[in-house]
Design a protein around this ligand. Structure first.
Ligand code: PLP
Length: 365
């Protein structure tokens, strides 16, 4: 038996989600955020399909991720959101850095000088996220300084929302106003066109004014909206595994570590080869369901490192080797990352990255 779960990735859903997005943003350009291996979906395959569907630019967190995409033959522009390391990578692999400090700009400028090359850079403004970026008050002065550095050309301006997913829009709108102000001032002072982008999935779906020159979504591409409303998006990821062993147990038998589940009747317990080492949170102990033969069945006892037990007593005919669906559809039932996330005290993003990372991928177009 192959270890662990399989992630079936439905690339036609990616096309569907992209078309839903494009209708909402009047076909404006999309910068697809494929960091963290495309949130666990597999960055090379996802990126290839996105580019086929007309997406022009990709964004990743670190240069290592961008290098992997280049090695996979992807030639499209790649924006590196967070990395400040080796300046030579940006030149060697034709990557666009996002600058959030002057020291990195100086290092890149020196490297450009050594190579007699030019590098397009985007500037990140902290409009209220409180993570990284130039402070709003210093942004224009800093931009003028960087624009004067040899070999560097400011081609883009970006910021990031802190809470565009809340029903209360006031803080997102405040960030938006700050960004708009800086954009206007900077465009005037620098006198060159800037690609301005701010909208994550939440803003792309709900804040028309946040679209600017491009949107920068991740989550919605994988078929999840950060709102209760799902906008007709279709999840790409299905996680499946198989029944490893089936046990008949009398009433009163404990199941798994710590005896947190004790059979209340003669029971059939299925053992599934998937555990927290596969990204299936221990918080799902006695607290989540999986699908077997199209029926929801409860997790029985603690989730272990490599194994999880299910109470399949009420499902007739379950056999060893049966498909078990952890995430996604089976028969008429389905389990979504939105259902699992609160049970583990987290958000769909973490469910997708955790389960996706560990699973062997199978792509369907
Ligand atoms: C992750 C990320 C995004 C995408 O956010 P989603 O909520 O997944 O759409 C956009 N911009 C930045 C800077 C990010 O870190």
């Amino acid at each position: 038996m192959n270890r662990g779960p399989v992630a079936e990735i439905d690339l036609s859903a990616l096309q569907h989600n992209l078309s839903i997005l494009r209708k909402r943003i009047n076909d404006r350009p999309v910068i697809a955020v494929v960091k963290a291996d495309a949130y666990g979906h597999g960055a090379p395959e996802i990126s290839r399909r996105l580019l086929e569907e007309g997406v022009g630019t990709l964004a990743v967190a670190f240069t290592g991720e961008a290098k992997k995409l280049r090695e996979a033959g992807i030639a499209a522009p790649i924006i590196v959101l967070f990395d400040r390391d080796d300046p030579s990578d940006y030149f060697d692999f034709h990557l666009t850095p996002v600058l959030q400090d002057v020291a990195t700009a100086e290092r890149l400028s020196r490297e450009a000088g050594r190579r007699d090359a030019r590098l397009g850079v985007h500037l990140k403004i902290d409009t209220g996220m409180g993570r990284i970026g130039f402070r709003a008050e210093e942004a224009v002065a800093v931009a003028e300084r960087i624009a004067g550095m040899k070999g560097l050309e400011i081609t883009g301006l970006m910021s990031h929302f802190s809470e565009a997913d809340l029903a209360d829009r006031s803080y997102a709108e405040r960030q938006l106003r700050i960004f708009s102000g800086i954009r206007a001032e900077m465009t005037g002072r620098l006198g060159c066109p800037l690609l301005c982008h701010m909208a994550n999935s939440a803003a792309a779906l709900s804040l028309e004014d946040a679209v600017f020159d491009a949107v920068r979504p991740g989550l919605l591409l994988w078929g999840y909206s950060p709102f209760p409303e799902q906008y007709g998006l279709r999840p790409l990821m299905k996680i499946r595994t198989r029944v490893l062993a089936l046990r008949a147990m009398a009433a009163g038998c404990p199941v798994s570590y710590g005896r947190t589940f004790v059979t209340s009747r003669p029971s059939r317990i299925a053992v599934v080869p998937l555990g927290y080492a596969d990204g299936y949170s221990r918080h799902f102990s006695n607290n989540a369901e999986m699908l077997v033969r199209g029926v929801r069945v409860p997790v029985a006892g603690r989730v272990c490192m490599d194994l999880t037990m299910l109470d399949v007593t009420d499902v007739p005919g379950v056999a060893e080797g049966d498909e078990v669906v952890v995430l996604g559809r089976q028969g008429g039932e389905s389990i979504s990352a939105c259902e699992l996330a609160p049970k583990a005290g987290t958000i769909p993003y973490e469910i997708l990255t955790s389960l996706g990372r560990a699973a062997r991928k199978e792509y369907h177009s």
